[in-house]
Design a protein around this ligand. Structure first.
Ligand SMILES: Cc1cc2nc3c(=O)[nH]c(=O)nc-3n(C[C@H](O)[C@H](O)[C@H](O)COP(=O)(O)OP(=O)(O)OC[C@H]3O[C@@H](n4cnc5c(N)ncnc54)[C@H](O)[C@@H]3O)c2cc1C
Length: 447
């Protein structure tokens, strides 16, 4: 049996996967199409190139989920984090790097590794034989994207994300909002109360539309929009088409009764839907948007019940190739239908440099262990890694699956710790302490 691990794509995930597997003693070939074939965002032929911002976001490993992910990756001797530490530049509490030396270092580390070779080529077909990790990212080449789609089914690969903002459940004011599905539809009580509703009066609606129209928006990159407009218009575009459009679309008030004011008919209703099995996150239904982040928080906090909302992630629409991981992948990032092919990085439906590299770290370790005939236990759910991989391969709803970044809403709740905003600091410290201990044990189980 061929013991070589082939990795398609040498970005954040592919580079990390290669590093982990090579350090476990496995021969790795990275197939990277740049610089022969370009993407609209990459500028060089380097491995591990940062396509946009030079920040890996918060480095706070006690109070921030992405900071905890940094910690876990450092503890696993991750290439992306250790290289980031070498090229760190001042950025307050964030981990920002000098981008070119960073990518050059990642490239040099991999190209000089005795177990790694790099093949400059585009892979155009999803492989059937051998051991593979697909880490081709949000800008996966068209030919490979089509081949993945052909192998997985039309509905299981998206070329755009259309992300509605996601709110922490415990930051919603339930003295104004209520749980009810339109027309109380559903067989079970859970289904009949699946949506969280925020009512608006006429004045509130008009002020909201004014704010939407006036808000700062981001522009699309050239060539980014093709085909996306079909099913997911940004809310501000809907509002531009007519002030009443939203009231007849995602904000229609029909089939709902506000138990706080049963006599008064709401003029419009914003609906939120559970975004994870734990019920800690809710997405605002139909509210995909191109508003800038600052504008989003301001505008969405005008919604009654969301005045103090904390956002696990804000909305967006981007060119982004990703698969329906809850349907297609198992908890070891293998295709359920082809165990010799794994996926890693943004294409699995995580979002962000760090999250992408993190999925590369896991895929690299799992693939190498399998080739070496070693057993690796499942990633513990208490860790940032485990919460994220559990979300994309199981916790998220496959029907509405959209890319997700790491956040504490994905974590298993802590017993005996206070909920709500007031208990947040203690809760976050509890999550990060617990995660560090369990992650160390998981790593030790492999040494
Ligand atoms: C325009 C844009 C801006 C972004 N900005 C940020 C940001 O500021 N901060 C952030 O945290 N995240 C950002 N992201 C999201 C995401 O975190 C990054 O794209 C991240 O680089 C994803 O890591 P990855 O390894 O999955 O993919 P990538 O880092 O993109 O790596 C994939 C690699 O696969 C190669 N490839 C693709 N197809 C093939 C093929 N068929 N054969 C061989 N090689 C192939 C590509 O050339 C690329 O090198 C952005 C995404 C985009 C598209």
């Amino acid at each position: 049996m061929d013991k070589t691990l082939h990795i398609i794509g040498g970005g954040m995930a592919g580079s990390e996967a290669a590093w982990q597997a090579a350090n476990m003693g496995v021969n790795v070939v990275i197939h990277e199409m740049r610089p022969k074939v370009e993407t609209f965002a990459h500028q060089t032929g380097n491995l591990g190139e940062m396509v946009c911002s030079n920040s890996f976001r918060s480095d706070d490993d006690e109070q921030n989920a992405v900071g905890l992910l940094h910690w876990e990756m450092r503890a696993a001797a991750g290439l992306i984090m250790t290289t980031a530490d070498k090229h760190r530049i001042p950025a307050g509490g964030a981990l920002a790097v000098d981008r070119e030396p960073f990518a050059e270092s990642v490239t040099a580390a991999l190209r000089s590794h005795p177990n790694v070779s790099v093949s400059d080529e585009e892979i155009t077909e999803l492989p059937t034989d051998g051991n593979w990790i697909v880490a081709t990212g949000p800008l996966t080449s068209t030919a490979l994207g089509k081949s993945i789609q052909a192998a997985t089914g039309q509905d299981h690969l998206a070329f755009f994300d259309a992300i509605a903002p996601i709110v922490y459940a415990d930051s919603i004011d339930m003295s104004q909002a209520w749980m009810q599905s339109r027309y109380d539809k559903g067989e079970t009580e859970e289904e009949r109360t699946a949506y969280l509703n925020c009512p608006m009066t006429k004045d509130q609606y008009e002020a909201f539309i004014d704010a939407l129209l006036a808000a700062d928006k981001t522009e699309f990159h050239e060539g980014e929009t093709a085909g996306y407009f079909d099913g997911c218009l940004p809310i501000e575009v809907m509002a531009e088409r007519g002030r009443e459009t939203l009231r007849h679309g995602p904000m229609k008030p029909v089939g709902l009764t506000n138990p706080h004011q049963p006599e008064e008919k709401a003029y419009a209703v914003v609906q939120l839907r559970r975004d994870n099995a734990l019920g800690t996150l809710f997405n605002i239904v139909g509210f995909q948007t191109k508003m800038k982040y600052g504008a989003q928080t301001e505008v969405f906090r005008m919604i009654p019940g969301l005045e103090n909302a904390s956002f696990a992630r804000l909305g967006g629409i981007h060119r982004n190739t990703f698969i329906n991981s809850p349907t297609l992948l198992d908890s070891r990032l293998r295709m359920k239908s082809r165990h010799n092919v794994r996926f890693a990085g943004q294409i699995t439906g995580v979002e962000g440099y760090v999250e992408s590299a993190a999925m590369g770290l896991l895929a690299g370790r799992f693939a190498a262990a399998e080739l070496l005939g070693q057993e690796i236990p499942e990633v513990p759910l208490e860790t940032a890694m485990g919460s994220l991989v559990n979300h994309i391969t199981g916790g998220a709803d496959a029907k509405t699956f959209q890319p997700m970044n790491v956040n504490f809403g994905l974590f298993q709740p802590l017993e005996d710790v206070r909920g709500g905003r007031k208990g947040r600091k203690i809760r976050y410290k509890g999550y990060t302490d617990r995660a560090k201990e369990v992650w160390q044990q998981w790593l030790a189980s492999q040494s």
